[in-house]
Design a protein around this ligand. Structure first.
Ligand code: FAD
Length: 493
């Protein structure tokens, strides 16, 4: 099939899926109030990859001889990673980085999954083949993927083997056709807009004490007959673009997936009751480097967008003249510089994985970016709240402006800005820091890649501390003869 167009994408959504919201079935996100304008945003992503002028920037020729978005590329050089980053950057620039789950995010994930056969196939070769075929299927058909990796929030303390069975998605049985799955996993962001779902419970280690049933990795269609999706509240009230300029474009929706006695054909399975590949899946996939590369590029754009917004707000009433306000703007700029630097380091410090001959984004750069942003983002939002003050609660709606035109220009004017434009700017800032959609953005940045506190703890636990420890031990040694400082061991390197 090759690369999709926006129209092809939109026409694929009415497929009998069981997506529930507020007591009704969302059968087609492209016509569903509160979701339909975001469906148009996803469609625009697919149209973008077909713009002839962008062909070399966002697509590549695959080994099949057709073209695909560069997010599908199997990077065999640093330059491949550079090109992939540039392709990510195009859509991130279009959206101001406000779309966490543009399809290119999961495209790269499916590539990484397909190229982790050394783990999936460690005890059964067919799972390696399945994963690679799944990747090819996604690339060749330009599949829009969602993913569900996390057990539902029932009990985070009791060991899995002792919990009520099949609340967490697990393998009830296997037969000649495939595995039978029952249970839930969260949270499929973009699920109502996607065609297929990738699921594995990889963030958590299993012990092999009866919890093997949760060692399960597979893909399935969003419209699988035994799969139900439970959506959170919609956040887009479908106000005018002027009133809610961001919400109506980027309501990605999140949903819990529940399978009940769902048959998953063998060809869609890559982990089955084997805790060894399950427990190795995160390091094996180089999960953080694979998905985090998209995140850091997206966050460069997002921080630039937030900086631009904050700067324009500060200019609009000349508070930018005050040193405390400049400090806030400079703080956002510092994070922009940081994200830009980490994005460069991610590529220029790329690492070759000898297990599959592919290049991955630099781990230190990605880990730093992933751990920093959940702390940085709320801080930037705090600056934006502080800059707007009571201005946020004096904002009229578009319809009101039309009614009271004369008063608006006078009472809502900026220093060199007409009232209508200033209100529009402030409404955009309010959309990001004061609306339900804005709150969900913050929750997303805090959590989507795991809870930061624990992720930092895990980083610490798994970090190779040798170099740091050796340095401290060496400098602890007293001077010997003429050597004030013992030399490092330059023979190892
Ligand atoms: C907006 C949004 C979108 C998301 N999209 C997706 C998606 O598309 N696909 C997907 O798979 N996931 C998605 N997620 C889920 C995300 O990966 C998880 O939220 C994240 O991994 C944290 O897990 P949790 O939500 O289960 O919280 P928990 O891990 O349960 O943490 C909740 C709180 O309890 C504490 N806690 C829990 N367990 C422990 C422990 N063992 N030790 C110490 N403290 C503990 C944490 O510190 C935290 O404060 C999304 C989340 C959000 C908020």
């Amino acid at each position: 099939m090759g690369m999709k167009t926006g129209e092809e994408y939109l026409s694929s959504l009415a497929d009998g899926r069981r997506v529930y919201h507020d007591g009704h079935l969302v059968t087609d996100a492209s016509t569903e109030p509160g979701l339909r304008t975001t469906a148009l945003t996803v469609a625009q992503y697919y149209d973008m990859q077909n713009i002839p002028e962008l062909e070399d920037t966002v697509t590549y020729e695959t080994p099949d001889g057709d073209r695909a978005h560069l997010s599908f590329i199997e990077p065999r050089s640093v330059d491949d990673l550079r090109r992939r980053a540039a392709a990510y950057g195009v859509w991130a620039e279009v959206t101001g980085g406000l779309m966490g789950r543009a399809p290119d995010y999961m495209n790269a994930c499916m590539m990484a999954l397909g190229n982790t056969g050394h783990i999936w196939g460690m005890n059964d070769e067919r799972f390696a083949r399945n994963a690679y075929e799944t990747y090819l299927h996604c690339r060749r058909n330009d599949i829009c993927m969602t993913h569900t990796f996390v057990n539902p929030m029932t009990d985070r303390f009791t060991p899995f083997a002792e919990q009520e069975k099949f609340v967490n998605a697990g393998i009830v049985d296997t037969n000649n056709d495939g595995v039978i799955v029952t249970g839930a996993r969260m949270v499929g962001t973009l699920a109502p807009f996607c065609e297929e779902n990738l699921s594995f419970g990889a963030p958590l280690g299993l012990e092999g004490n009866g919890d093997e049933i949760y060692a399960l990795g597979f893909t399935c269609k969003v419209n699988h007959p035994s799969l139900k999706w439970m959506c959170r509240d919609k956040l887009d009230p479908e106000r005018s673009h002027y009133d809610r300029p961001l919400t109506g474009r980027f309501e990605e929706m999140d949903a819990l997936a529940i399978w009940e006695e769902a048959l998953i054909p063998w060809e869609n399975v890559f982990i089955c009751k084997d805790i060894e590949p399950h427990n190795l899946s995160i390091p094996g996939m180089k999960f953080f480097q694979s998905l985090g590369h998209h995140v850091v590029v997206k966050n460069v754009a997002k921080t630039r967008f937030l900086f631009g917004l904050a700067h324009l707000m500060a200019e609009s009433s000349q508070i930018s003249q005050f040193v405390n306000v400049q400090d806030r703007l400079g703080d956002i700029l510092m994070w922009l510089h940081t994200m830009e630097s980490l994005a460069i380091a991610a590529v220029e410090g790329a690492e070759l994985n000898p297990a599959n001959g592919l290049y991955y984004a630099n781990e230190s750069a990605i880990q730093a970016a992933l751990r920093l942003y959940p702390e940085v983002y709320p801080r930037i939002i705090d600056h934006i709240i502080q800059l707007g003050g009571g201005g946020y609660v004096s904002l009229p709606q578009e319809a009101t402006l039309e009614m009271a035109e004369l008063a608006i220009d006078r009472y809502y004017q900026g220093v060199s800005q007409e009232g209508k434009d200033k209100v529009a700017l402030f409404r955009m800032a309010w959309d990001i820091c004061g609306t339900g959609w804005g709150g969900r953005q913050e929750l997303y940045e805090r959590f989507f890649f795991g809870d930061t506190q624990r992720m930092k703890g895990l980083n610490y636990q798994f970090y190779d501390k040798d170099e740091a420890v050796k340095m401290v031990s060496r400098i602890l040694q007293p001077p010997q003869g003429t050597e004030r400082l013992p030399w490092p061991d330059w023979s190892v390197g």
